[in-house]
Design a protein around this ligand. Sequence first.
Ligand SMILES: [Zn+2]
Length: 345
Amino acid sequence: MQERLKELQTEALEKIAQAADLKELNDIRVSYLGKKGPITEVLKGMGKLTAEERPKMGALANEVRDAISSGIEEKHKQLEAAAVEAKLAGETIDVTLPGRPMKTGHRHPLTNVIEEIEDLFIGMGYTVEEGPEVEKDYYNFEALNLPKGHPARDMQDSFYITEEFLLRTHTSPVQARTMEKHKGKGPVKIICPGKVYRRDNDDATHSHQFMQIEGLVIDENIRMTDLKGTLQVFAKKMFGEDREIRLRPSFFPFTEPSVEMDISCKICSGKGCSVCKKTGWIEILGAGMVHPNVLEMAGFDSKKYTGFAFGMGPERIAMLKYGVDDIRHFYTNDVRFLQQFSIHE
Ligand SMILES: [Zn+2]
């Protein structure tokens, strides 16, 4: 009997050691320690033993049971720990795997050009002003020396919303509004970037909606040479130090005298090519000395104050700067076109 119990212990411990999972271990526990198990079966033969042998055999049986249960307990812990390990191993993140690149956007080429121009003028002490795109006829035309019926209004085919309101045809009304806010006191030194609208048919160089940046300086003793110097700094910073500028007489109702500014063609260095139409010069912007009527309408004393103004199209600047041949590229948002400008972040 003693031997049989020892055998059972050895046999059980071997099976425990080999148990692969918790279920198998539980089966071993039930089969060895259960009421119908072999140990109980062996102990049934206790009746045949002498009174001296019986307690010894009882004690041995308990030892065997204890050895098997503690073996099971130990193995249970091991199996549980192994299960946790396996789960952790399965959930490990491989940090060396290359990530999935996220598609990030970037700024529009026009935004880049506008910000570059803004930064340039902010560096010269200008502030940036903005105004409404749906504008009063008064600020868009009248305050700028273009009374109702003025022939020059035809230069800017407009989108009227009512008799009194229209989509602004230029950013000049921001100048008129800023001058009004100053209540006749200088200095004024602003640039106004923004969208403007004209009833144009869209083609390679025209768009019914486009951007403008205008600048305005009003103070005592502002002269034409101040305008020329400012434009020269702008042209060289924007297009390169070797650019030359020239001013040609022109006409705008809100400036007198009025000029248009050309820069020397970078491609042919002034010799003449297809980009500059064989002239060696490329037209960039319009400018002039603020018309006394405009100053007076905004409440400035035109005998005390003088000023200059200039206006340009960021699209044109961007087209020249980046060699873009069609203004519509800026508005059709073809990703293949826009992606080329991602380096300007
Ligand atoms: Zn040229």
